[in-house]
Design a protein around this ligand. Structure first.
Ligand code: MG
Length: 174
């Protein structure tokens, strides 16, 4: 059995007239994260953590903006689903994901359970295998100034296909 880890990081600018989408959740806010996709920096960090663990490249290489399969405004949960499929095809199973979102405001605490559920469904694991946290940088830097949000994530994957883990979350349907 091989276990590997990956890290992901992303940041997006906050802009007027854009919905705020983080962890696949529409969060009420006067400004949202600008991007070719829905700007979901948290989902992007998780995608890169998973791709990194499997050494399958990064989000920009896998889902280029000029690819018709990555249309403007595409839900980043779709990219996460595709990432999970890539890992399954390569023989990997996701053990767990842990993400932290850095945003000065609005506070995200009430939305974190739904974000966990969104990520778990997109990845195909039990929600107990997914952690999403939120913090501020206490007014410091670009997140503190309200210019943008960032997110970081780590992921663990294993190649023990066929072995059901304690959570019973094994998805070997693919
Ligand atoms: Mg991004």
């Amino acid at each position: 059995m091989t276990t590997r880890f990956g890290i992901g990081y992303d940041a997006h600018r906050l802009a007027e007239g854009v919905p705020l989408v983080l962890g696949g959740e529409r969060v009420p806010s006067e400004r949202g994260l600008a991007g070719h996709s829905d700007g979901d920096a948290a989902a992007h960090a998780v995608v890169d953590a998973l791709l990194g663990a499997a050494a399958l490249g990064d989000i920009g290489a896998r889902f280029p903006e000029d690819d018709p399969a990555t249309p403007r405004g595409v839900s980043s949960l779709v990219l996460l689903e595709r990432t999970s499929a890539l890992l399954r095809e390569a023989g990997w199973r996701v053990v767990n994901v842990d993400a932290t979102i850095v945003l000065q405001r609005p506070r995200l605490a009430d939305h974190l359970p739904a974000m966990r559920a969104n990520f778990a469904a997109a990845i195909g694991v039990d929600v107990s295998a997914v952690s999403v946290k939120a913090t501020t940088e206490d007014g410091l830097g670009f997140t503190g100034a309200g210019d943008g949000a960032s997110a970081m994530a780590v992921a663990s994957i294993t190649d023990d296909s066929g072995i059901t883990d304690a959570s019973g979350s094994m998805d070997d349907s693919a």
